[in-house]
Design a protein. Sequence first.
Length: 93
Amino acid sequence: MKKHSHSRSERDAQKLRVRRIVGQLNAIERMLEEDRDCSEILMQLVSARKAIKSLSENLIHSHMQHCIEHAHSPAEGRKHLQELLVVLERYVE
């Protein structure tokens, strides 16, 4: 497992965002079980998707700032940059 230097407040904020997304997904599951209107469910899916996108962008920015800019060596920075590029290729698919 990699050691990161992210602040506790940053990690806590990210965990809170994940909990909110999980809550949204649980609500969507309940809506499906209740056979709610499709447009209502779709609106909740859009909200969850936007929340995931926002968290993803936050993590990309954090990775650039903490793992690439503050790498212990140029080689480590290049390695982290390459990892980010692989992730971004999948992110934009």
